[in-house]
Design a protein around this ligand. Structure first.
Ligand SMILES: Cc1ncc(C[n+]2csc(CCOP(=O)(O)OP(=O)(O)O)c2C)c(N)n1
Ligand SMILES: [Mg+2]
Length: 544
C-alpha cells in the first residue's frame, strides 16, 4: 500500500466526511488515493475558504473539520482560517503537502518550514517523517484537535513519503475520552457562594455548547432563579425568549447587560473563555466573587481571581450545584431584562432608509425558524448581530469572537449548510468581509448548497470608522467602492436582489429563502446608528 493510501484510510477511520481544499503538485498521491475513499473532497477557490469551511464544520459538529493545501503558498493561505478555528476553539485538522525530505535542508522551490509556521497557532504541528508513523500521527492530530479546549492540528506530508510503500500498518482505534466529574468539595463550595450571593449572575460561554450542556444550564437558572447572559459565541444556549435571559455580553463599550455585571456580587462563569470578553471589561474593580465552572482550569488574569473552580463535565456540575444551592426567591434583574427587550424591539417598524441595523435584524429573526442558522462575518454588523439577534437555540448564531477574522461569512455558511441541509442558512456580512471570500459563491453553486448572503452595504470598513469616530472624531482611510453586487451575483449564476426601501427587506428575504440557491442581497445600512449607540451608552443609566 502507498503511504498516501494509508493516510486516507486513517482519515476515513476518523469518520471524516469532507476535506475542503485545493490540490497541488506535492499532494498528488493523496489526491489520487482519495478517489478510492468514501471521504468527499470539496474543491474550493481559495485555501482560506477551505480553512473557514473546516472551522465552521468543526464548530457545529464537535468533530474536526479537515482542510488540505499544497506546500508553501497553499499552506500559508490556510493560516487565517486555521488560526480562526484554533482561537474560536473549533476542532480543525489541516493537511499540507511538503517538498521531498531530500530537499528540505536547503533553499528549495516553494519550501517553507510549515511545522514552525503552524506551531504558534495549533495544539499539534507535525511532519510525517516516515510512512509507518502515519496511524499515530493522524490519531493524535484528531484527538488533540477534538479534546478540550478544541483547536488546530497541522500535518505536513512530504511528497516522497506519500508515495513510499508501507506494509503491516493500519489505522488506530478511535477513542473519545470521557471528561471526569468535578470534585464534591468544589460543588459544595460553588453552591455555598451562590447561596451567599445577593445578586448572582451567570455568564455562559461557548464551552456550554461544546459540552452539550445548554438544557442543563436552563434548568439550573430556573431552579435557582438567576439571570443568564451569554457571550457572542454562546448565543442561544439560553433562549432569548426566556424570562431569565439577559441577552448577549461582550460589546467593549458599556451596554445594558453590563449593568447586570455592575450589580452582580457573584458571577458564575460557565464554559467561559476570556479570549472572547476580557475580565477587565466586566470586572474592573475586582470586587466580585467568581465561580469558574468549566472543563479546564481558569486562565491566569489579575481580574479573574477565582473563588471556586469547578472543573469537570459541565452539565453534571450544573445539575449537582443546582441540587445543593437554595433558590433565590427575590429576582433583581426583571427591569433590566425588560429594558433589553425594549431596546431590541425599538426599531422593528422603522422605515428609515438606508435600513437601520435594528430593523434588519428584527426582519431576519421574523423570517427564520428557531433552528435556522445565522452566521456573521466580522465588522460593525457583527456587533449588531451579537447585540440584537434573538437566538433561541445553541449553534444557530455563529460568530467568530476569538480570532474574529473577516471573511468567515461566505465559506462558513457553505459548511453550515453541509452540516444542516434542512436549515436555512443566512450569512450577515459587511461589504468588505464579503469581498474577502466571495469567490466561494462558485463553490456553493457547484455543491448546490443554498445560502443567503445578506450584505450590509456602507462602502466602508464600518467598524473601524466607528472606532475612529469614537477615539478621534474623524475618519482615516476607511472608504472604498463596491461592485454592483446584484450583477456580481448573477455573473456567477447566483441570484441577486437590492433593497431599496426598509419595507422591501422581509419580502426579499422570504423570496431569497424560497429561491433555494445561492442568493446575494445588497442591503444599504444606516451606520449613523453606530455613533448614536455609543452616545446613548455613554449616558446610560442602569435600570437595575
Ligand atoms: C482579516 C481581517 N482583517 C482586518 C480586520 C480588522 N477589521 C475588523 S472589522 C473591519 C471592517 C469590516 O468592514 P465590513 O466587512 O465592511 O463590515 P462593517 O464594519 O462595515 O459592517 C476590519 C478592517 C479583521 N478583523 N480581520
Ligand atoms: Mg462595510
Amino acid at each position: 500500500m502507498r503511504a498516501a493510501e494509508l493516510f486516507v484510510q486513517c482519515l476515513e477511520n476518523e469518520g471524516v466526511e469532507y476535506i475542503f481544499g485545493i490540490p497541488g503538485e506535492e499532494n498528488l498521491d493523496v489526491m489520487d488515493a482519495l478517489l478510492l475513499a468514501k471521504v468527499r473532497f470539496i474543491t474550493t477557490r481559495h485555501e482560506q475558504g477551505a480553512a473557514f469551511m473546516a472551522d465552521v464544520y468543526g464548530r457545529l459538529t464537535g468533530r474536526a473539520g479537515v482542510c488540505l493545501a499544497t506546500l508553501g503558498p497553499g499552506a500559508t493561505n490556510l493560516v487565517t482560517g486555521f488560526a480562526d478555528a484554533d482561537m474560536d476553539r473549533a476542532p480543525i485538522v489541516a493537511i499540507a503537502g511538503q517538498g521531498a525530505t531530500t530537499r528540505m535542508h536547503k533553499e528549495s522551490h516553494q519550501v517553507l518550514d510549515l511545522v514552525n509556521l503552524f506551531e504558534p497557532i495549533s495544539k499539534y504541528s507535525v511532519q510525517v517523517r516516515e510512512p509507518g508513523i502515519i496511524p499515530e500521527i493522524v490519531r493524535k492530530a484528531f484527538k488533540d484537535a477534538q479534546t478540550e479546549k478544541p483547536g488546530g492540528s497541522f500535518i505536513a506530508l512530504p511528497e516522497n513519503i506519500a508515495s513510499e510503500s508501507v506494509e503491516g500498518k493500519a489505522p488506530l482505534k478511535v477513542q473519545h475520552p470521557l471528561l471526569p466529574l468535578a470534585r464534591e468539595e468544589k460543588i459544595e463550595q460553588a453552591a455555598g457562594l451562590i447561596d451567599g450571593a445577593r445578586y448572582p449572575l451567570v455568564m455562559a460561554g461557548n464551552g456550554v455548547i461544546r459540552s452539550g450542556a445548554s438544557d442543563a444550564l436552563v434548568r439550573f437558572a430556573e431552579k435557582l432563579n438567576v439571570p443568564v447572559a451569554t457571550t457572542f459565541m454562546a448565543k442561544g444556549v439560553m433562549p432569548f425568549s426566556h424570562e431569565l435571559s439577559l441577552g448577549t455580553v461582550g460589546l467593549q463599550a458599556k451596554d445594558y447587560v453590563a449593568c447586570g455585571f455592575d450589580r452582580a456580587d457573584v458571577v458564575l462563569c460557565v464554559g467561559y473563555d476570556m479570549v472572547e470578553y476580557h475580565p477587565q471589561l466586566w470586572h474592573p474593580d475586582r470586587e466580585k466573587r467568581i465561580v469558574h465552572l468549566d472543563m479546564s482550569p481558569a486562565e491566569v488574569d489579575e481580574h479573574y481571581i477565582v473563588a471556586a473552580g469547578v472543573i469537570g463535565e459541565i452539565g453534571s456540575s450544573l445539575e449537582r450545584i443546582a441540587a445543593r444551592a437554595t433558590r433565590h426567591e427575590t429576582y433583581y434583574a426583571g427591569s433590566l431584562r425588560q429594558t433589553i427587550v425594549e431596546e431590541i424591539r425599538a426599531y422593528v417598524e422603522d422605515d428609515g432608509f438606508p435600513v437601520r441595523p435594528q430593523r434588519i435584524l428584527s426582519d431576519l429573526r421574523k423570517v427564520l425558524e428557531p433552528e435556522d442558522i445565522v452566521i456573521s462575518d466580522v465588522g460593525a454588523h457583527k456587533m449588531w448581530v451579537a447585540r440584537m439577534y434573538e437566538a433561541e437555540r445553541p449553534n444557530t448564531c455563529i460568530i467568530s469572537n476569538g480570532f474574529a477574522s473577516m471573511g468567515i461569512g461566505v465559506p462558513g455558511a457553505i459548511a453550515a449548510k453541509l452540516v444542516k441541509p434542512d436549515a436555512t442558512v443566512v450569512t450577515v456580512t459587511g461589504d468588505a468581509g464579503f469581498m474577502m471570500n466571495s469567490q466561494e459563491i462558485e463553490t456553493a453553486l457547484r455543491l448546490g448548497t443554498a445560502i443567503v448572503i445578506l450584505i450590509w452595504n456602507d462602502s466602508k470598513y464600518g467598524l473601524i470608522r466607528w472606532h475612529q469616530l469614537r477615539r478621534f472624531g474623524r475618519e482615516s482611510h476607511i472608504d472604498f467602492s463596491n461592485p454592483d453586487f446584484v450583477k456580481y451575483a448573477e455573473s456567477f449564476g447566483a441570484k441577486g436582489y437590492r433593497v431599496d426601501a426598509a419595507g422591501d427587506l422581509a419580502p426579499i428575504l422570504r423570496k431569497a429563502i424560497a429561491d433555494d440557491t445561492v442568493v446575494v442581497i445588497d442591503c444599504p445600512v444606516d451606520y449613523e446608528e453606530n455613533m448614536k449607540l455609543t452616545e446613548k451608552m455613554g449616558s446610560l443609566v442602569c435600570p437595575v
